[in-house]
Ligand binder design. Structure first.
Ligand code: 13P
Ligand code: SF4
Length: 367
């Protein structure tokens, strides 16, 4: 074992081919001590090395059930945090590039959510009337906040069941950080838009009047995903107009706007999108509103059946933070492990982890 960890600079100029060979070699040496989890949005050169791939829900379950000593998460920061929270204390969760965050998750923080809770208490009794629901795309301290306040975590796969659970307990939901997932899910459950308000976290009382809060069922945090907000309803109209003689199918992630989801034939998580397109009839033409790397992979894997899978936006938009995890960072991480050094460990403080686990366990009990 070398005395110090290998520096990332030594790896920056490695070619993709070299990375590929060295990642395979390091994986072989680490054997069952290692598991690599990869989100569907990862670039192909990283995605192909994952032992398991999935959406946020599937990967969080895999992290909870893994026996590996090292869980290398090819995804973004909140995912590696969830792996740390759900794994045993002797397991180590690693994010190959610490700059791989989620800009939507960063739109809510503990100070702002606690301030919102205090301000809501001037109008109603939040701990009796509101279930706080955090999208899994959030920092661990927000999951802990939900754990403390009778709240819960959701993913894009189980948001509907989680909201049903929440409304069975309290009359209102404070949903953060993604307003779109909250709105799209609640609307499909039959909650009218008039019963939803948007909490602008930069304004006193969320920019709302007390009566608006008293009358609302869903209080939606004013957060959004910068990737999914690029998709517009006119992209769907233009696409349908381009193929007037064909039946085209449109499928979108629920982080897209309400207008995009309403114009789509199907709405669901990345796992749902993959299953729906893969199981569709040969020859189907798809327009997909989610991250570019996933859409390109779907096209490659389905084109042999005469299916064509198109990206919804005319401009290239991808998750730039997921993209931070490149093959060079993955080799660096793995070769350090082979050498006996852990780099980029993600560790959630004990009490925060315990409270966050509570909110995650409530989610697992729901679905
Ligand atoms: P999934 O729940 O589909 O994995 O979505 C996670 C995500 O970050 C989408 O932007
Ligand atoms: Fe976050 Fe959006 Fe990237 Fe998903 S696609 S990780 S929500 S920034």
């Amino acid at each position: 074992m070398a005395a110090t960890a290998l520096a990332i600079q030594q790896f920056a100029t490695l070619s993709e081919e070299e990375c590929d060979v060295r990642i395979r070699a390091a994986k072989a040496m680490l054997g069952e001590r290692l598991v690599i989890l990869g989100h569907h949005y990862q670039r192909e050169e990283v995605h192909r090395h994952a032992d398991y791939t999935g959406d946020s829900l599937k990967l969080s379950r895999l992290a909870a059930n893994s026996n590996a000593e090292f869980i290398v998460f090819c995804g973004v920061h909140f995912m590696a945090e969830v792996a740390d929270i759900l794994s045993r204390p002797d397991q180590i969760s690693i994010l190959p590039d610490l700059a791989a965050g989620c800009s939507m998750a960063d739109m809510a923080n503990l100070a702002k959510v606690e301030r919102a809770w205090r301000e809501l208490a001037e109008v109603i009794s939040p701990d009796e009337q509101i279930t706080p629901v955090t999208y899994i795309n959030s920092a661990a301290d927000l999951k802990a906040f939900c754990g403390r306040h009778g709240g819960i975590v959701c993913t894009s796969t189980n948001a509907r069941h989680v909201l049903e659970w929440s409304f069975a307990r309290r009359e209102k939901v404070l949903f953060f950080p993604d307003q779109h997932l909250g709105r799209n899910t609640a609307y499909r459950m039959g909650i009218p838009l008039d019963d939803m308000v948007v909490w602008d976290f930069n304004k006193p009382l969320g920019g709302l009047m007390p009566d608006q809060i008293r009358n609302a069922k869903m209080i939606l945090w004013k957060g959004f995903c910068s990737v999914h907000q690029m998709f517009k309803p006119q992209h769907i109209d233009q696409f349908r107009a381009r193929y007037p003689d064909e039946i085209v199918k449109v499928i979108s992630h629920p982080e897209c706007s309400f207008e995009v989801c309403e114009k789509s034939d199907y709405v669901g998580s990345t796992e749902y999108i993959i299953t729906t397109v893969t199981e569709s009839a040969p020859g189907t033409r798809w327009l997909v509103g989610t991250e570019l790397n996933l859409v390109q992979r779907l096209h490659e894997r389905n084109k042999h059946q005469g299916k064509s899978v198109h990206f919804m936006s005319p401009t290239v938009c991808m998750c730039s933070t997921m993209f931070r995890v490149d093959p060079q960072h993955l080799v660096w991480t793995l070769e350090n492990l082979v050498d006996g050094h852990v780099v980029n460990r993600i560790r959630v403080p004990q009490q925060e982890a315990d409270e966050a686990r509570l909110a995650l366990q409530r989610m697992f009990e729901v679905l």
